[in-house]
Design a protein around this ligand. Structure first.
Ligand code: CA
Length: 226
């Protein structure tokens, strides 16, 4: 999952970015509205955390432009503590949720999880065979036991499981797994997939290679029939 943070307060952005990265999200940060608008035009994001009071282009304008491009990416707006009217305006412009500053990180992260889950249309716990991905606690379980995964492997598994049965290209994987300044090559993706396959090989599900195109997370034939 890749998240854009548009926030001109560096301390807030740093804290938020660090916390989200630790939870396995890829995070990009911009400090003004014009950069946010550009990033949203060129990048594929799963969620935007948007401060309303941004220099160059306000959060409202970023949101207005985003929705006028028919983008449905979930947007969580950050408002000032007494910003009730801002929050109403933001929601009416197409924001999906809001948080007033100062906020508690655990609450913000819970809202991020709820929004991405809702936008993917997935259950809080996605189950495939003996494998489960818990989107609330951000962990994977095999036969009910937590699997030890690196944050890259966790991110990869999340992308594949939330799109189970669909082809996911290596470019899409790179785009959703990496923030700016992070380099992940197609070869590295192959290595992560290889490691992940080994860790989930007893699950009854498989990560199929679609040659030249990418990967598809499939249940076994038996699972699909039932
Ligand atoms: Ca601000």
């Amino acid at each position: 999952m890749r998240i854009l943070i548009a926030e001109d307060d560096r301390i807030i952005a740093d804290g938020l970015g660090r916390s989200l990265r630790q939870s396995g999200y890829a995070v990009d940060w911009v400090a003004n509205g014009a950069d946010a608008d550009n990033a949203l035009i060129t990048g594929a994001y799963d969620l935007v955390i948007l401060d309303l009071g941004l220099p160059k282009l306000s959060g409202f304008d970023v949101l207005r432009r985003l929705r006028s491009r028919k983008s449905i990416v979930p947007v969580l707006i950050l408002t000032a503590l007494d910003g009730t009217s801002d929050c109403v305006k933001g929601l009416d412009l197409g924001a999906d949720d809001y948080m007033a500053k100062p906020f508690e990180l655990p609450e913000l992260e819970a809202r991020v999880r709820a929004l991405t889950r809702r936008s993917m249309g997935t259950a809080p716990v996605i189950e495939c065979g003996a494998l489960a991905f818990d989107q609330i606690h951000r962990c994977a379980l095999l036969h009910g036991e937590m699997i030890d995964l690196s944050s890259r492997e966790l991110g990869l598994l999340e992308i594949l499981m939330t799109r189970a049965g669909r082809l996911v290209s290596k470019d899409q994987l790179v785009e959703h797994m990496c923030g700016w300044g992070e380099e992940v090559s197609h070869n590295a993706i192959e290595v992560y997939v290889h490691r992940l396959r080994k860790k989930i090989e007893t699950s009854g599900v498989k990560i199929a290679t679609v040659r030249g195109l990418g990967y598809c997370f499939e249940k076994s034939a038996q699972e699909v029939k039932s």
